[in-house]
Design a protein. Structure first.
Length: 545
């Protein structure tokens, strides 16, 4: 058997084996041997039921099993194309082609996984990826890994982008990423020469992870891989173009996803050879269509069979992985913002007081209301929030009840979910003693806020013809020490003493007793006086009126 015929047989057998394994076995006499159900392509037309069985089989496998099998099948198909195109002969035979193919294949998946490990920040910075030289080998499969791992990397790493921010980064000399909250792009353009072969991989991925008001999101991917004799025009080329759309439900979960695809393969010797051009669509896990649009050149049943099978399974893999990356994005908080407000408090509430929480989620893309629901739970402290743990239609209101004792706290966590994404927020309440308003006093009138009776605070005062500032240092919430200083026309004063706080919430009385001295300078003469001082100040709980 010739090398060309052998290559065709290997390629067709590999795809047929995958089809056979997808269909299980049927009874066929005492040996119970599996019965071949037929190829994916029959007389230039795609056998859609057989293709669906293939998709179902691959979908049931683990991600690791899918990668191993798809890489193996892609290697078989692409290696056979090296033979069919004449590239193998141009390199000097099977042994030289095998060595070049293996060398080119080893590095590409490492490159793809290195891309998946990168951290992308939304500002102009340069990244250097210390990864092996990218090559072909597992050509299309390596490109698929770039799409699946790269889309997750750029979406996840840009989830913390600020509103209106756009950034870009270089991951080495051949990988570029850019984007904003609304959209991210990944571009790979790399060429490598070794063993008499020139390989080129171009990958472009675009993901818009924030759904529109109807819950629809979009993404696209293109993989273009070629291998040619260096300096010549003998070799192969394959492309896969995919557009992905998806629908998000009111719970911010992926409801459905669809993909349209087109795959083209060509092998050529001195620019002449075979080609195949197929297109199709997938809805969810079902192959809606698969059409062999064009094919030509020498007999290429193996090329048709391999292209149809790989295009469909690769599209399923890309669609699922890119949609999962987008879902991580809109569930991260990048698309929706939630800033809850409280009708009273949230700090310094009276014990057992109530406060209404308003939760109005808004789009971070267009600023509009997103609808959906908001759920509130008491995540720390006391006393409670109502309704608790139930989804309330946005814009939502909840009632928080403060603990029945002073110096207690409570945290309410909120989660908004809608077709436009997820937003999370929390609001902290407390009944800490403090947060009072001071007033009154004689002969010095005092006014101003007291944030916390357990922490140092100051209060300004005014007397007949002078101003004064009191500085309080508590030893407890009911008393401590104080100092003061003041001035007026031709007069300065200072003093110190102790203070006590009595009464019950919401109105307390601060009584201070101390010693103070006054100095008067007038007409070039100086006089002074020191005496005992006292003042009584009213402290009223903030928000108690």
């Amino acid at each position: 058997m010739s090398q060309l015929a052998l290559a065709r047989s290997i390629s067709l057998a590999a795809v047929s084996a995958l089809v056979l394994s997808a269909c299980g076995s049927q009874s066929n006499g005492p040996d119970d041997q599996p019965v071949r159900p037929g190829p994916v392509v029959v007389d230039g037309a795609v056998n859609l039921p057989t293709l669906q069985r293939l998709i179902d089989f691959e979908r049931a496998r683990s991600k690791e099993q899918q990668e191993l099998e798809l890489a193996r099948l892609d290697n078989v198909l692409e290696r056979s194309l090296w033979a069919e195109s004449g590239l193998e002969s141009a390199l000097g035979g099977a042994a030289a082609a095998d060595a070049a193919f293996a060398a080119h294949g080893k590095a590409l998946t490492s490159k793809a996984r290195a891309i998946g490990d990168q951290k992308f920040v939304m500002k102009p910075v340069a990244y250097v990826v210390n990864a092996p030289e990218p090559n072909i080998g597992e050509g299309l499969f390596g490109g698929i890994l770039v799409v699946t791992l790269g889309s997750d990397a750029v979406v996840s790493a840009s989830n913390d982008a600020k509103d209106g921010e756009h950034g870009s980064a270089d991951w080495g000399t051949d990988v570029k990423v850019s984007g904003s909250r609304e959209h991210v792009d990944l571009a790979v353009d790399t060429t490598h020469e070794s063993g008499g072969v020139t390989t080129k991989l171009v990958v472009k991925v675009g993901v818009s992870p924030c759904p529109d008001p109807s819950g629809r999101f979009e993404a696209s991917a293109k993989v273009d891989i070629s291998a040619t004799k260096t300096g010549g025009s003998t070799g192969q080329r394959g492309t896969l173009d995919i557009t992905i759309t998806g629908q998000v439900n009111d719970d911010a979960k992926l409801e459905s996803s669809d993909a349209d695809y087109r795959m083209q393969w060509a092998d050529f010797a001195d620019s002449k050879g075979s080609f195949v051009d197929i297109s199709g669509a997938m809805g969810g896990t079902k192959a809606r269509s698969a059409t062999l649009d064009r094919s030509g050149g020498k007999p290429n049943s193996s090329l048709q069979e391999g292209a149809v099978a790989l295009a469909s399974v690769y599209t399923m893999l890309i669609k699922n992985e890119v949609a999962a990356a987008a879902e991580k994005g809109w569930q991260s908080g990048r698309c929706v913002i939630l800033k809850p407000t409280a009708s009273s408090g949230p700090k310094g509430l009276k014990p057992s007081a109530s406060s209404t929480i308003n939760a109005a989620p808004r789009s971070r893309i267009d600023g509009g209301p997103v609808g959906g629901t908001v759920k509130a739970t008491l995540s720390a402290g006391g006393a409670g929030v109502k309704p608790s743990g139930s989804k309330v239609k946005a814009d939502a209101t909840f009632s928080y009840s403060a603990p029945g004792a002073p110096n207690k706290s409570g945290t309410v966590s909120l989660e908004a979910r809608s077709k436009r994404g997820v937003a999370k927020a929390s609001i902290d309440f407390d009944t800490k003693e403090g947060s009072y308003v001071a007033s009154g006093g004689n002969p010095v009138t005092v006014s101003g806020p007291v944030a916390d009776l357990n922490a140092p605070f100051t209060l300004p005062g005014q007397g007949p013809g002078f101003t004064v500032l009191y500085s309080y240092t508590p030893t407890s919430s009911t008393g401590g020490t104080y100092t003061y200083s003041g001035s007026g026309p031709d007069v300065t004063m200072n003093g110190n003493g102790t203070y006590q706080i009595t009464g019950s919430d919401p109105v307390l009385t601060l009584t201070q007793n101390g010693n103070g001295c006054t100095k008067v300078v007038a007409g070039g003469r100086e006089a002074g006086d020191c005496r005992k001082t006292t003042n009584v100040i009213t402290l009223t709980r903030a928000g108690s009126d």
